[in-house]
Design a protein. Structure first.
Lengths: 322, 289
């Protein structure tokens, strides 16, 4: 049981180590002064320069530098952001919950929406209905999320004035309890919706394919032959079997959510990790950039492991496989 | 040898007709042909130059400016026409670069069972760990964003898709009789990989090239939107970057460049769909028994 997941976990560690080493080598490959590459376009006082050179063993051979850097990362030291005057890890930990909130809200909309559309399209008796749903999924998937975000802001925030244009909450809030949650939800609504439409269409495409695949199985014909209604077949057989690939895709997509968040957080000035990454790139704050990349790699690897375990628990064939 | 598909002309004609009969594929092909024509003929059809500023800044759509103007008085329609060049070049260039990298890795991994195979596929997995846009952003942060760097960097982020596909094709085909026959005939490994197996694996690979182009266009647009693409080129993403500051007073600055991205990406996706249908007509099934 869970052997597959176990094997993946064993591979996850060298994978992460490789990414960290590659990232450090990239940082060192920036032409010019390594200390400057670490702190960005800022004048570096000599005392600070000596400190960095000593901390990262910049005057020692590259292998020593790599080992030192790996040691730092393992002990949770991702370096210091000169621009923010704070340790990188503190910055990331402060921002991460906001990105996770945005991604969770989006997937809470996207998964049911995608499954519904996928099942509707896959089981549609008239080809026209299927065509319509597939084509709209195709178009929706081609819409850049950040453009969709801009359009939502223009229509719902600027023209109609129903929702705030950007940010995570008002500058000053006197709301408490339930009113506070409602107030926050108003800020969350548009970015989460833009994200959810994109991810939902991905899930719709996967679940449609999966439904069609399930329909070809013998047990569906059997169920039909023994007189089960259409609704019962969809509920009992199709939905359950078709949701397996959806779990996988949604899980992987959640791990990769930072990709979408980078763009959407910029549209909505949502102060998460994505916006931190963009700001750090603009400020040439390379230590923060690399810290975010490493943390997001860890997030993806952990999420993939979770998906493997959940998948193994859901699918009896994998659960018992050796 | 064996099932090599260097088809006679009549057979190829049949495939072309089959493609033409898929409505998706034809719409996609027409969209892309039009876009290519616009990109090539940009100086002839654009009413204004890409850098030409008029006195009308933030003017709404009108007869003089069909899609309005931007904050410094440039005609949005002309900018979109010129911007098609960046999107198409980067989309197609990246897809081809990804085909080269993914092809090399996929072919080597798929042909050589054992150590080479697992090592190369681990490298593929390594590249797939990070979201493509994060990978690209990181590379651009460290090394800048010229036109060629952009193509290389985006290709480095998306080649694993093509590599996995080609690898899968090679694993499927490497045990076939015609490959064994080629080995017995004493043909070199390079010959077997490139002249025997590859032609039989080509069709899904072409579909993936079209999909890669659409992904690359979206990534490039994203970079432009973040203000991190090649600043010397007019690009649709960059127009949206400027539009971000004018959502309240110039909705046309957002609407039209975004629509252009959308149409192009749909075009590549429809083309891929059409090609896919010709190759694998089973995909079109549906409905409860």
């Amino acid at each position: 049981m869970l052997r597959v997941a176990g094997r993946r976990a064993v591979w996850a560690l060298p994978l992460l180590l490789t990414i960290i080493v590659v990232m450090f080598c990239l940082l060192r490959a920036i032409p010019g002064d390594p200390v400057q590459a670490m702190v960005g376009d800022f004048p570096v006082p000599p005392a600070y320069r000596a400190l960095i050179e000593e901390k990262y063993h910049l005057n020692d051979p590259l292998p020593t530098q790599i080992v030192t850097y790996l040691g730092n990362i393992v002990s949770g030291d991702f370096g210091y952001s000169y621009q923010n005057q704070r340790p990188v890890i503190g910055l990331i930990l402060e921002r991460a919950p906001r990105t996770i909130l945005l991604a969770s809200a989006s997937f809470a909309i996207a998964i049911p929406l995608g499954l519904l559309l996928g099942v509707l399209a896959g089981t549609a008796r008239r080809p026209l209905a299927d065509k319509l749903l597939t084509t709209s999924a195709l178009i929706a998937y081609a819409i850049p999320t950040f453009w969709l975000g801009q359009l939502l802001v223009i229509v719902f925030a600027l023209q109609l004035g129903w929702l705030p244009t950007q940010g995570i909450g008002p500058m000053i809030s006197r709301a408490h309890g339930f009113a506070w949650i409602l107030e926050r939800l108003r800020y969350l609504a548009l970015p989460a919706l833009a994200f959810a439409i994109h991810e939902g269409m991905r899930i719709a495409r996967i679940s449609r394919a999966s439904v069609i695949d399930t329909l070809g199985q013998g047990y569906i014909v059997t169920a039909r032959a023994k007189g089960l209604t259409r609704g019962a077949i969809i509920r009992r057989h199709i939905l359950r079997n078709a949701s397996l690939p959806v779990v996988t895709i949604a899980g992987y997509a959640f791990g990769h959510a930072l990709g979408g968040a980078v763009l959407l957080e910029t549209v909505f000035a949502w102060p998460g990790v994505g916006l931190l990454l963009v700001d750090s790139i603009r400020l040439r704050d390379n230590m923060t950039v690399i810290g975010i990349v490493i943390v997001s790699a860890i997030a993806v690897v952990v999420m993939n492991l979770v998906v493997d375990v959940v998948y193994a628990l859901l699918d009896p064939r994998i659960r018992t496989a050796r | 040898m064996g099932e090599r598909r260097v088809a006679p002309a009549a057979f190829r004609g049949a495939r072309l007709r089959a493609f033409a009969s898929t409505r998706h594929g034809m719409i996609g092909a027409v969209i892309l042909a039009l876009l290519a024509a616009i990109a090539i003929a940009a100086p002839l059809i654009a009413p204004y130059g890409p850098l030409q500023q008029t006195s009308a800044s933030l003017a709404p759509p009108s007869a003089a400016f069909p899609l309005g103007t931007d904050n410094i008085g440039r005609d949005i329609l002309s900018l979109i026409i010129y911007g098609s060049r960046a999107s198409l070049l980067i989309g197609i260039g990246t897809a081809l670069a990804a085909l080269l990298i993914g092809g090399a890795v996929g072919i080597l991994a798929g042909f050589h069972e054992g150590v080479v195979e697992s090592l190369l596929m681990r490298v593929v997995e390594l590249f797939q760990t990070l979201p493509a846009i994060v990978l690209v952003l990181c590379a651009i942060a460290l090394f800048g964003s010229g036109f060629w760097i952009l193509i290389g960097v985006v290709a480095l982020a998306i080649w694993p898709l093509q590599a996995r596909l080609i690898y899968g094709q090679f694993v499927r085909l490497r045990g076939r009789e015609f490959v064994a026959a080629a080995r017995v005939a004493g043909l070199s490994s390079a010959h077997i990989m490139l002249r025997e197996i590859l032609p039989n694996a080509m069709q899904p690979i072409i579909v993936q090239v079209a999909l890669d182009a659409s992904i690359a266009i979206l990534i490039e647009a994203g970079l432009g939107f973040l203000g991190l693409s090649d600043p010397s080129m007019v690009s649709w993403g960059r127009l949206l970057y400027v539009a971000q500051d004018h959502m309240g007073d110039a909705w046309w600055m957002s609407l039209f460049p975004g629509a252009a991205i959308c149409v192009t990406v749909v075009g590549f996706n429809l083309l891929a769909d059409g090609l896919n249908e010709v190759i694998d007509p089973r995909g079109a099934a549906g409905g409860l028994p």
